[in-house]
Design a protein around this ligand. Structure first.
Ligand SMILES: Nc1ncnc2c1ncn2[C@@H]1O[C@H](COP(=O)(O)OP(=O)(O)OP(=O)(O)O)[C@@H](O)[C@H]1O
Length: 319
């Protein structure tokens, strides 16, 4: 087994949290929600069951973030409810303590240090300072905190801010971890580290996250929920989703450190070189992506990778 960061964190968490019981089911029941009285999600019925990564995908503006906000109790639905093993997050506020939520904007106050953010956050949740020190000691044994703990959040680099955001998200040892595009804006190496952490967390806990990246979806997720125009179009296992994608082509935009024409030729994929080391690769099916993305780093650095998951989802559900 890999001795990664999160395995260690969760070993510690298991020692700390003797009484914690994993949440086995989150049920979103008949939810309509939105802003200023206007619903942006409607008739949403979906269930997240068991440990693993539950990905929510869908085009921009389809309501993914709004759904996460309803699940985490940040906004109240106009209709319906969200039940954590039968307990309503909207009617029983203590249920919120079971969740660690990292919004797309990370959710830290920029004028405070990480430490001050953590103090404020735990105070809101009703924990005392002793608990903060205890958890920091546990997390600090495995997650580098020295360079970020007393740094003002507004002065952090993107990678530091995401690391700080994860510390804040995990500080109260949550049963359910909810993340809005956690790898957005990260370089390839850091994004991979974050994915490894999430995989480890998801061994025994529920992780619910949004993504726009097809390869991230296939690499990480056990379950997928597809949203479009505020409604859920599909919710099921990654295997069911893969089967529905089996014959769909996908286009990847890849920038590499050095040219890789011969590597791509050997892999037998269709490609166009647009500039010195910028390629457009057309795969016959999205299921081919993991093979390609495992092979390429053996030959050169990948500087940038984009795939149009939205386009794929659109093609799937409109055509
Ligand atoms: N705070 C807000 N106030 C008013 N409208 C909002 C607010 N947040 C989101 N919306 C609107 O709700 C709709 C759904 O947005 P949401 O952010 O949930 O979608 P999304 O699927 O997460 O999009 P993206 O992929 O771009 O992050 C959009 O039309 C958006 O403009």
């Amino acid at each position: 087994m890999r001795n990664t960061l999160m395995q260690q964190i969760y070993k510690l968490a298991a020692e700390d949290a003797v009484t914690a019981m994993p949440i086995s089911t989150i049920s979103v029941v008949g939810v309509a929600a939105g802003y200023r009285g206007k619903p942006v999600i409607r008739d949403v019925d979906v269930e997240f069951r068991g440990p693993g990564v539950h990905a929510i995908i869908g085009p921009n503006g389809s309501g993914k973030t709004t759904l996460l906000r309803v699940i985490t109790g940040v906004i109240r639905p106009y209709r319906g409810d969200v039940l954590f093993d039968g307990r309503s997050i909207h009617r029983e506020p203590e249920v919120k303590r079971l969740i660690g939520y990292m919004p797309a904007e990370i959710g830290l106050l920029p004028r405070l240090t990480l430490y001050e953010n953590l103090e404020t956050y735990l105070e809101i949740l009703g924990y005392d300072r002793g608990f903060l020190e205890e958890r920091l000691e546990a997390l600090g044994r495995v997650l580098p905190l020295d360079d970020i703990l007393h740094r003002m959040v507004g002065a952090m680099s993107t990678g530091q801010r995401v690391r700080a955001g994860l510390v804040r998200t995990l500080i109260h040892d949550p049963e359910v971890v909810v993340l809005d595009e956690p790898t957005r804006g990260l370089d390839i190496v850091l994004a991979r580290q974050v994915r490894e952490m999430l995989q480890d967390i998801a061994r025994d806990r529920m992780v619910i996250m949004t993504t726009h990246l097809a390869h991230e979806l296939l690499e990480l997720s056990s379950h997928v929920t597809v949203m479009k125009s505020g409604r859920v179009l599909f919710s099921g296992s990654i295997d069911e989703f893969r089967r529905s994608l089996a014959d769909r082509p996908v286009t990847l935009h890849i920038r590499t450190a050095t040219p890789i024409d011969d590597v791509l030729e050997n892999l037998g994929v269709e490609f166009q070189r647009k500039a010195y080391s910028y390629y457009i690769v057309r795969l016959p099916s999205l299921n081919e992506a993991p093979r390609l993305l495992t092979e390429l780093p053996r030959h050169t650095g990948i500087l940038e990778l984009r795939e149009d998951l939205d386009e794929l989802v659109k093609a799937l559900y409109e055509g």
